[in-house]
Structure formats: C-alpha cells, structure tokens
Design a protein around this ligand. Structure first.
Ligand SMILES: Nc1ncnc2c1ncn2[C@@H]1O[C@H](COP(=O)(O)OP(=O)(O)OP(=O)(O)O)[C@@H](O)[C@H]1O
Ligand SMILES: Cc1ncsc1CCO
Ligand SMILES: [Mg+2]
Length: 273
C-alpha cells in the first residue's frame, strides 16, 4: 500500500478528529504542555492537562484518550500517570506512552518499564528512546531529550518492543516509523527544522492519542495518520517561517487550516517491511 491508498484514510481520520473533538487527558512534561495543548486544539481535539492523582477517578472515565509523557518526571508524578493509565486501559480507552528522555536515569527507565506493563495502545519515542526502552542499548547511556540515533536505526528495537508489549510502536525522526511488530510503515512527511522546536515529539504523541480516540480499533493506521498530518503541517509551516520560533506558530496555523486537497497531495507513506 502506497501514499495514494493511505491518503484518503488520513483525511477521513483528521475529519473525524475535527468532528468528534475527542477529550484527550495529557499528563505531559512541563516543557511541552503549551505546545501539546495548542497542537490538539488546532487539530480539532480537546486537550485537558489534568495531572493530579486525586482527580483521576472523577476525570479519567470521561476522556476519549490519554497521553502520558515522562519528560520531566519526578516521584510525585508517577502515581497519577499509573493510576490514569491503569484506569484508561481498564475502561478500554486508548492511551499513548511517550518515554521522553528515558535513558537519562535508572529511575526513569524503571518508571517507563512499569508504564509499559499497563498496556499502552501506542508507545511513541525518538530513535534513542525506543532503543533504550526495548533493552537494545548495550548499556544505560545518559541521554537527554534529543535523539542520537536515526529513526531507521531503531526499526528492529521497535518491532521487538511492539511484540513484547502488545503496543504499536512509533519512532519519530526524519522518517517516522510505525510498527505493530509485523508491518513496518514509514511516514516521510515533516521537516528537519521541527527538531529545533522543543516538544514537537511530545505534541505528536498527543496528536496520536486524539487520532486513536476516533479510530481505536486501528491503532497502527491512526498513528500513521497523526504522524503524516503533523509532518505536513510542519512542511507547510516551514514555507512561511524564518526559523524555529516562527515555524512553531506556522505549524499550528497550518495544522488548523489543512484542507482535503493539501492532505491528499502531500501524504507520503510507504511500507518498509
Ligand atoms: N530530520 C528530519 N526530517 C524531517 N522531519 C523531521 C526530522 N526530524 C524530526 N522531524 C519531524 O519532527 C517530528 C518530531 O520528531 P522528533 O524526533 O524531533 O521528536 P522528539 O525527539 O521526540 O522531540 P521532543 O522530545 O522535543 O518532543 C517528527 O515526527 C517529524 O515529523
Ligand atoms: C527539553 C526537555 N527536557 C525534558 S522533556 C523536554 C522536552 C522535549 O522532550
Ligand atoms: Mg520526545
């Protein structure tokens, strides 16, 4: 299946997000909150940055999807992430794990491995994060939030993590990789300058949650669509931008304004395996 066959599905899912406006609970890092929320709003979804463990029993039953991101994890935050993830999974609501900067400490790696046990629908990381989380790194390396691997270097790690966890695994980068352990899909949208805006990957994880909310039975397709849409918004944004700060603004505007003709002509998705 090539871009042409994927593109109508991408448009259908974006339209469903706009129509249904799914409520997406985000327990995300402090750096990313603003961009994640604005990305979700411009895509048509409804973000809610509800973090407290005290609020999970009341709030989480009403959401349509959850996004958990450990980018600025402290021991105080972990119980609410676990409680929300556990409840979401119990209620059959899709949830996304972003293991941001997972290899920067043993504490964070252990927390992420415990979260993986709570059955995320999708795990979305960059190349280094997926390699570390899958246990493929030869040793625990102190890495920050940026990837030191190409996404394509993480294909085997992503497949193995997908098979061991039951989640769809997405690796962001120059080519976004999405796999359920059997199929491997490459999304070739996006632009290099997106790496120069912090939290684009976190925002993508939030967007994946919104797409899962409207098509929970097709997590691989929903993830591929979200990645393509976000990448296209970045490409259009870059045409209007002077640098990362204005790209941030134009990316949001472009996502908001995406129309059918643009989506159908810009989607670049291929099967890699
Ligand atoms: N070299 C590149 N060429 C084209 N697009 C890219 C490139 N690098 C990143 N992107 C785009 O940026 C998006 C975010 O990917 P990235 O790998 O930078 O996330 P991340 O490292 O998790 O970011 P963060 O941790 O800051 O949130 C990708 O899905 C892709 O669309
Ligand atoms: C810069 C940074 N540090 C921890 S999380 C984060 C945002 C990108 O993941
Ligand atoms: Mg990231």
């Amino acid at each position: 299946m090539e871009s042409k066959e994927w593109s109508s599905g991408v448009w259908t899912q974006l339209t469903a997000v706009r129509r249904q406006s799914p409520l997406v609970q985000c327990i995300t890092n402090l750096v990313s909150m603003d961009l994640v929320a604005n990305t979700l709003l411009s895509a048509g979804a409804s973000p809610a940055m509800v973090h407290s463990v005290a609020e999970v029993p009341d709030f989480t039953p009403h959401i349509h999807a959850l996004c958990v991101n450990v980018g600025t994890l402290t021991p105080d935050w972990l119980p609410s992430m676990k409680a929300a993830a556990e409840l979401a999974a119990q209620l059959g609501k899709p949830w996304v794990l972003d293991p941001a900067a997972v290899s920067c400490s043993g504490f964070r790696l252990k927390a992420c491995l415990e979260l993986v046990e709570l059955k995320p629908s999708v795990i979305k990381g960059n190349g280094s994060e997926i390699i570390a989380l899958s246990g493929s790194a030869s040793q625990c390396q102190a890495k920050g939030a940026d990837s030191s691997h190409e996404s394509t270097e993480a294909i085997e790690a992503a497949k193995s993590l997908a098979l061991s966890s039951g989640a769809v695994v997405a690796v962001s980068g120059a080519v976004d990789i999405v796999t359920d352990g059997k199929r491997v899909i490459g999304v070739h949208n996006g632009t290099k300058m997106m790496q120069k805006i912090t939290a684009t990957g976190c925002s993508l994880a939030g967007l994946v949650a919104a797409f899962l909310a409207v098509d929970p039975l097709q997590p691989l397709e929903a993830t591929v669509s979200a990645m393509s849409v976000f990448g296209i918004a970045g490409e259009l944004g870059e045409e209007l931008a002077n640098g990362p700060a204005s790209l941030r603004m134009h990316l949001i505007d472009s996502l908001y304004g995406l129309d059918e003709t643009t989506v159908l002509s810009r989607v670049r998705i291929t099967r890699l395996g």
